[in-house]
Design a protein around this ligand. Structure first.
Ligand SMILES: [Mg+2]
Length: 231
């Protein structure tokens, strides 16, 4: 079957898998390292409790505090590296498997995500997604100044997939940063608001995303509706 000249671009975290599963997996890896190398038990549990309470940005410092050991910049830096470089235990959600299977070979597929490039590639490999997209963009490979909402990643996809001639749809979860650039470029957008996702509580300004869905199962039909293309 020939591909239609339409490109569906997916975000990664909390769009194709649940980010809190990655966080749990990372804390587990750090906890094992602390137990084996430092003889320090309980790091995973403390970090997870802090995360569940909404703590962000200095979770490992705070976990060491709670365990009554002094903060040490080198130890915390190593913990961050362990977290970022670990091979994560995460899975594609069932609706994602169905959505990608329906779109594969019928539309061009893209992936656009921010974050540390090593971490994001480790997630892509753990999910079995390497090679599944026509174009993959991890803005962390260019520098944090190009993280969304910067337009560079979206423009790069347009340049790589010129045959789609502006027929792009972005599927993502975070109204704060994901949708303003595609809006200015004239893309369509679908916001996925998954139960238990980190940004589930955020509302999307009207007009930024064309549709809001709780999973990706209906995405192929929505894309069909947008472009009157038969999948
Ligand atoms: Mg996301």
């Amino acid at each position: 079957m020939n591909k239609q000249n339409v490109c569906v671009v997916f975000d990664l975290d909390d769009t194709l898998y649940l980010e809190r599963d990655y966080v749990r997996s990372g804390f587990r890896a750090v906890g094992i390292w602390c137990a084996e190398r430092l003889g320090l038990e309980g790091v995973q549990e403390q970090a997870q409790a802090l995360f569940d309470q909404g703590r962000r940005g200095d979770i490992f410092d705070a976990a060491l505090d709670r365990l009554g050991v002094g903060r040490d910049a080198k130890t915390v830096s190593t913990m961050v590296q362990i977290y970022r470089h670990h091979a994560p235990h995460i899975n594609l959600l069932p609706d994602v498997v169905k959505c990608l299977a329906r779109l594969q070979d019928r539309a061009y597929l893209g992936l656009l995500t921010d974050g540390n490039a090593v971490s994001q590639w480790a997630k892509i490999d753990a999910l079995g997604l390497r090679g599944r997209f026509d174009t993959t963009v991890i803005t962390g490979e260019w520098g944090i100044e190009f993280f969304r909402p910067h337009v560079r990643g979206y423009r790069y996809l347009e340049s790589q997939l010129g045959m789609c001639r502006g027929r792009f749809v972005y599927v993502a979860d975070n109204p704060i940063k994901d949708f303003s650039a595609p809006y200015t470029l004239g893309w369509n957008a679908i916001r996925v608001r998954r139960p238990a996702s980190l940004h589930e509580h955020l509302k999307c300004s009207s007009g930024l995303a064309c549709s809001e869905v709780s999973d990706l199962e209906s995405v192929p039909d929505l894309v069909f509706e947008m472009y009157k293309t038969q999948f």
